[in-house]
Design a protein around this ligand. Structure first.
Ligand code: PBG
Length: 327
């Protein structure tokens, strides 16, 4: 395409033309807002490493979720912080546990809000691992039963989508089977399929008090060096019954999002995780970057890579910007 016959800048001539040829867009419909819920009343505690993000008791959570709904954010994903932790994560599958009650509360107050629940026991175990532990090893198969039970109690409470984030083998199949057998064949599964063992989860672990007390998660979460393996994980989860798959984290893994989207025909979600949030917030608090522009550019890049849905702590803020741009 030789110059001067072709001038790329003609397509960038003014904002109207730019909008006309825009290839990717971000909509409020793409956003999923993560919410931390804890026991107690009147609790709204800011997370030190995540300014602007809080742990809410149920009474405080409802107005926050309502605000997201009023901004047009279609979905929330809930993370529970129980008062009691034990070796088997009992509170995770307590039908009256913190997340189960949170789901009921949201569904009663804001019926149209899509409620997604994180299915993983690490926030509920005293050792902080995502599976049962024996002699320092993370057990796979015995953990599946607990995950299935946890998902079932979430569905029973009214969750629309359950999202297993534990990375045990076979968990999607175990959860699908348990849901189907208990009459929840309409509950969707969003599988954290390509979940990497990432340093970007640091601030979340402060928020959920879920750091492993020994070792790390490298025997179940994926090695950041691997890409083909992500495709295998995704295919396996789809075969076991996942309706949607997730890549996590998002920014250091945009190539994985792109591959999954290109190679496999299924809705892809990406998790713009806690560390990605904190980096942007810290840099903008220092005045080093333009907060609004960098948030919107980041979210757009995740969409461009191929994710339809984005789990992001910036959901409410981005929704406000999108609403303003529409005015
Ligand atoms: C596990 C879980 C984690 C995150 C979501 N689900 C933490 C982990 O694997 O250690 C991290 C999310 C984030 O960093 O924002 N229940």
């Amino acid at each position: 395409m030789p110059f001067p016959t072709h001038r790329s800048r003609r397509l960038r001539k003014n904002p109207a033309i730019l909008r006309m040829v825009e290839e990717t867009s971000l909509s409020v419909n793409d956003l999923i807002y993560p919410v931390f819920v804890c026991e107690g009343e009147g609790v709204k505690t800011e997370i030190g490493s995540m300014p602007g993000i809080f742990r809410f008791s149920l009474d405080q959570m409802v107005p926050d979720v309502k605000e997201a709904a009023d901004l047009g954010v279609p979905a929330v994903i809930l993370f529970g912080i129980p008062d009691k932790k034990d070796a088997v994560g009992s509170e995770a599958y307590n039908p009256d546990g913190i997340v189960q009650r949170a789901v009921r509360k949201i569904k009663a107050a804001i019926p149209d809000m899509i409620v997604i629940t994180d299915v993983c026991i690490d926030e509920y175990t005293d050792h902080g691992h995502c599976g049962l532990v024996e002699d320092g090893k993370i057990l796979n198969d015995p953990t599946l039963e607990l995950l299935a039970e946890m998902a079932q109690t979430h569905a029973q409470a009214g969750a629309d989508i359950v999202a297993p984030s534990d990375m045990m083998d076979g968990r999607v199949g175990a959860i699908r089977q348990a849901l189907d057998q208990s009459g929840f064949d309409e509950t969707l599964i969003l599988a954290y399929s390509a979940k990497y063992a990432s340093a970007y989860y640091g601030p979340f672990r402060e928020a959920a008090d879920s750091s492993p007390k020994f070792g790390d998660r490298s025997t179940y979460q994926m090695d950041p060096a691997n890409s083909d393996e992500a495709i295998r994980e995704v295919l396996q989860d789809i075969e076991e019954g996942a309706d949607m798959v997730m890549v996590k984290p998002a920014l250091a893994y945009l190539d994985i999002i792109y591959r999954v989207r290109r190679e496999i025909n299924v809705p892809v979600a990406a998790y713009n995780v806690s560390g990605e949030y904190s980096l942007i917030v810290a840099a903008s608090q220092n005045g080093w970057v333009d907060r609004e522009r960098i948030i919107m550019e980041t979210l757009l890049s995740i969409r461009r890579a191929g994710a339809k849905m984005i789990l992001t702590y910036f959901a409410k803020e981005a929704a406000k910007v999108l609403a303003r741009r529409r005015e």
